[in-house]
Write a protein that binds this ligand. Structure first.
Ligand SMILES: Cc1cc2nc3c(=O)[nH]c(=O)nc-3n(C[C@H](O)[C@H](O)[C@H](O)COP(=O)(O)OP(=O)(O)OC[C@H]3O[C@@H](n4cnc5c(N)ncnc54)[C@H](O)[C@@H]3O)c2cc1C
Length: 488
């Protein structure tokens, strides 16, 4: 364990926190992982301080848990896996370093939230490819590193997008820059000659950003990241298509993305749409849910600087042929929710309270990657598992997000439950484990394993675990970085 005086020497007395109430706040989250209290919280102000903390952790074999976003946390990845850990709270490093419209790229420190970066980018005429309604306290880097799916699959060329480059201090204490940022020259020198930190690949033939992304802080601590941004449209036309038949909407979404027509494009079931847009609880929620079709496809058509009306008009014409063929209708509202309202909502972080907490106070999310053809079988398997566990399928939110140009799909079940009701919480915990097993048997790929089901997921692939352990040995030889997560 690092002596408190040594930490104080690095960051100053005010940024080493041992207050029990504060430590309790980091000891647990909304997930079902065991509660473990950290020894202290330290708040570095720059990369040099982060590096000193990691070096000291190596000398004393002290576990470090990096955290950027504020509470509530949902997935157990920022709760210490073992005792004696130090929380490295990065929220104080919150500078927006660069927003560049010409190159459509932004660079931020770990503490910057979506609520801070969205207006700064808008001022320059660009915007982020956002995850669906991130909570107010969620940081941009936290989301990028977790490979959260984004709502505009048209602008996603690779599963790692929109993450571009990062600066990271590995668990070994070595500082490293990925992609274009690696060089030649420092970042400042690159700027001076008109360089940009946008291409994520390299240095060399390896894509080092992939080592850090999805690692849940087990490889190192990121001190800044850059990301691809998109131009702000001049004209936007949102639409909704409701149906009782998910297959029809999945087919339509896949064409909208494949033909690169739609910007935002995703499907929600009635539970999730009502959970997001109900105004008064619980009366409004039930009423709204009953007014909605089982499934709603939402998409936005956009035009830019040149001929925006003509562009959107051509898209509408093409889509009319599509909807006629599929026997559905593109509308401006579905039940009690308008397409405009959805568009406005999903271009910002979520208004308080966070939508996943509104219905019952907590949500356990089950999410994975799959392909369209497997989706309906998996949803049937999930419904079956829910019924077996005594969880009402009508309480289960579903979010279907086409990803990477429609080559795949992120499927997410939101199991809303009342955390104060031990019986209900227990049922959801059991259902979570049963669902992961059942869904894997139906071809679900859990690319982001969190919490107590990590072992179940990781143990399916011994070859990958062997490679990951080799990499862990190179980049975090003393295993100080977030022990207990992702199978480490
Ligand atoms: C996993 C992945 C990795 C990628 N990596 C890269 C990369 O490294 N570098 C890179 O540059 N790109 C990359 N791409 C982008 C890829 O090249 C784009 O998907 C491509 O630009 C779109 O072409 P398409 O064949 O997918 O679609 P297409 O079906 O060819 O459609 C493209 C557009 O052209 C229109 N169109 C198609 N046919 C015609 C026609 N006959 N007449 C008129 N209009 C037509 C369509 O309506 C659509 O708007 C990647 C994509 C994926 C999915």
């Amino acid at each position: 364990m690092i002596a408190k005086e040594k930490l104080t020497k690095i960051v100053g007395a005010g940024d080493v926190i041992v207050d029990q109430a504060v430590l309790d706040g980091y000891a647990k989250d909304i997930s079902f992982v065991n509660s473990v209290k950290p020894a202290c919280v330290v708040k570095p102000k720059d990369a040099a301080e982060v590096q000193k903390i990691i070096k000291l952790a190596n000398e004393t074999l002290t576990p470090l848990v990096p955290v950027s976003s504020g509470p509530p946390h949902f997935r157990g990845d920022t709760v210490p896996g073992i005792g004696g850990a130090i929380i490295v709270d990065m929220s104080g490093m919150n500078k927006i370093i660069n927003v560049d419209r010409a190159r459509r790229v932004a660079m931020v420190e770990p503490g910057v939230t979506f609520g801070e970066l969205i207006p700064a980018a808008a001022k320059e005429g660009i915007r982020l490819n956002l995850p669906l309604l991130p909570r107010k306290t969620k940081t941009v880097i936290g989301s990028l590193l977790e490979r959260e799916p984004v709502v505009m699959p048209k602008y996603q060329w690779d599963i790692s997008d929109p993450l571009a480059c990062v600066e990271v201090i590995f668990g070994s204490g070595d500082e490293f820059k990925t992609g274009q940022a690696a060089g030649p020259g420092t970042v400042a020198e690159q700027w001076k000659v008109g360089g940009v930190q946008k291409a994520p690949y390299g240095p060399g033939v390896a894509s080092w950003h992939r080592l850090i992304q999805g690692a849940q802080g087990t490889m190192g601590i990121v001190t800044w990241a850059s990301m691809r941004c998109e131009l702000m449209p001049a004209l936007e036309e949102p639409f909704v298509v409701g149906s009782a038949n998910l297959g029809t909407l999945v087919e339509m979404a896949s064409w909208l993305v494949r033909l690169r027509i739609a910007n935002e494009c995703f499907i929600l079931n009635n539970t999730n749409l009502a959970a997001i847009f109900a105004k008064k609880w619980p009366k409004d929620y039930e009423k709204l849910k009953n007014s909605l079709p089982a499934w709603t496809l939402f998409y936005v058509l956009a035009g830019y600087e040149f001929f925006p009306e003509e562009r959107v008009g051509a898209y509408v014409k093409e889509i009319t042929q599509m909807t006629q063929r599929l026997g559905v209708e593109a509308l401006k509202a579905v039940g009690g929710v308008s397409a405009n309202e959805i568009m406005k909502a999903v271009q910002q972080p979520c208004a308080e309270p966070y939508w996943k907490l509104r219905y019952k106070g907590a949500s356990q999310d089950v999410f994975y990657l799959t392909i369209n053809d497997k989706l309906e079988g998996q949803i049937a398997a999930m419904n079956e598992a829910a019924e077996k566990a005594g969880y009402a399928t009508s309480d289960m939110g579903v979010y279907i997000q086409p990803i990477v140009q429609g080559t795949g799909v992120h499927c997410e079940f939101n199991l809303f439950y009342d955390p104060a009701n031990a019986g209900e919480a227990g049922r959801v915990k059991d259902l979570y484990a049963a669902a992961v097993k059942g869904l894997m048997a139906k071809g679900a790929f859990f690319s982001r394993p969190y919490g107590e089901n990590t072992g179940l997921i990781m143990n399916r692939d011994a070859a990958s675990i062997a490679v990951l352990n080799k990499l862990k040995k190179m980049f975090d030889p003393n295993r100080v970085m977030n022990p207990g997560k992702v199978g480490f």
